[in-house]
Design a protein around this ligand. Structure first.
Ligand code: UT7
Length: 325
């Protein structure tokens, strides 16, 4: 059976780096608090010429360059994002136009921070049915446009950026082996962001608080650790692996203490977990593909390695995915 294999990776971070010291000038916080509670030391924040689709396009172009695949040979472009350039058309359509990928159809998905992993599962299913497909999957966010910069509970956590992978079919041992994805919409209000205020007066509500990220950090923390642990263990068991078989784990980068808790519960060695959170903060759907690209460029991924992704985000959405590099 054909499987979806990652043929190339790419990423793009905005030029401007905002340190914790700079945030101290904006809200009542400190470098010490942010670094010790989250592990974040700086984040990249988008400026002119760095709209979501522009970061996404650059990341996509870099991933394509690694593979030598021409944009015209792409069949599909998927962008995972919760901060799209516009509500309509999709960010993926902007990327398609920028790349000149005129033979590809294009659409966005939103599974919050879990979007890239959901997208990889989706792309993998396409390729199992049509192994000749070439798919560009991108996670891209400009969350700086959506956070409330007066809310210290959230504004210190997030960053902007994009990561991309190009996928094709293979019949060798490589590729996506399986995934375990979950959602629990009943817990929507633990992490959410309102839409713009309604233009229809009859649909306006009194409790509209602005289109900003709102979060119950403590509850999210507890759910994140437990749910990712369960998703990883269930997936490993299903495929007859133990955590010791995993060569590298690339988790969603949200909080260093979440990762430490998860690592200890799973019993995975620290040097097997890829972490770049201190430089970028939480880039939501972009965090795993940025990390994948960085791990690849650092020579941390070798052919045949068993790679474990795990993720968690608003929805709630969470899950794990195994692939052979
Ligand atoms: O992709 C998934 C997205 N979300 C997450 O992964 C978030 C998961 N949760 C977390 O990362 C952590 O819960 C936070 C980093 C958000 C918060 O850490 P915490 O250790 O759970 O702190 P807390 O919310 O219990 O707050 C402790 C104190 C509070 O003050 P009081 O009430 O004890 O006086 C907060 O008001 O820290 C205060 N605080 C801050 N102080 C300085 C909250 N934010 C800040 C801040 N700077 N930026």
């Amino acid at each position: 059976m054909s499987r979806a294999v990652i043929l190339g990776t790419g990423s793009c971070l905005p030029k401007r780096i905002v340190t914790n010291a700079e945030l101290e000038q904006m809200v009542e916080t400190s470098d010490e608090w942010i670094a010790s509670r989250t592990g974040i030391r700086s984040r990249h924040i988008a400026g002119q010429g760095e709209q979501n689709f522009q970061l996404a396009t650059k990341a996509g172009r870099r991933a394509l360059a690694v593979t030598g695949i021409d944009p015209q040979d792409l069949d599909l472009i998927i962008v995972a994002t919760l901060s799209p350039h516009m509500i309509m058309p999709s960010t993926a359509c902007f990327v398609q136009a920028e790349l000149g990928a005129e033979n590809a159809f294009a659409y966005d998905i939103n599974a919050a921070c879990a979007g890239f992993t959901y997208g990889l599962d989706l792309a993998s299913n396409y390729i199992q049915n049509r192994p000749d497909m070439k798919i560009l999957l991108i996670g891209a966010e400009t969350l700086s446009a959506r956070v409330n910069w007066q809310d210290r509970n959230t504004c210190v956590l997030f960053g902007d950026g994009a990561g991309a992978v190009v996928l094709g079919g293979t019949n060798d041992e490589r590729g996506v082996l399986g995934s375990r994805l979950h959602s629990d919409g009943a817990l929507w209000n633990l992490l959410c962001m309102d839409s713009p205020e309604s233009n229809n007066p009859d649909l306006r509500t009194d409790d509209w608080v602005g289109p900003h990220i709102r979060m119950n950090g403590g509850e999210i923390f507890k759910h994140a650790v437990r749910m990712m642990e369960d998703a990883v263990n269930t997936l490993l068991r299903k495929h007859g692996f133990t955590i010791n078989d995993v060569d590298i784990m690339i988790p969603h980068q949200a909080n260093i203490r979440i990762l430490k808790n998860l690592r200890e519960r799973l019993g995975v060695a620290e040097d097997k977990v890829f972490v770049n959170l201190s430089k970028y903060g939480n880039t939501s759907a972009a965090s795993i593909p940025i990390a994948l690209d960085e791990a690849h460029r650092q020579g941390r991924l070798h052919r045949g390695d068993l790679v474990l992704l795990c993720t968690f985000g608003g929805g709630l959405t969470w899950g794990s995915l195994l692939l052979r590099w």
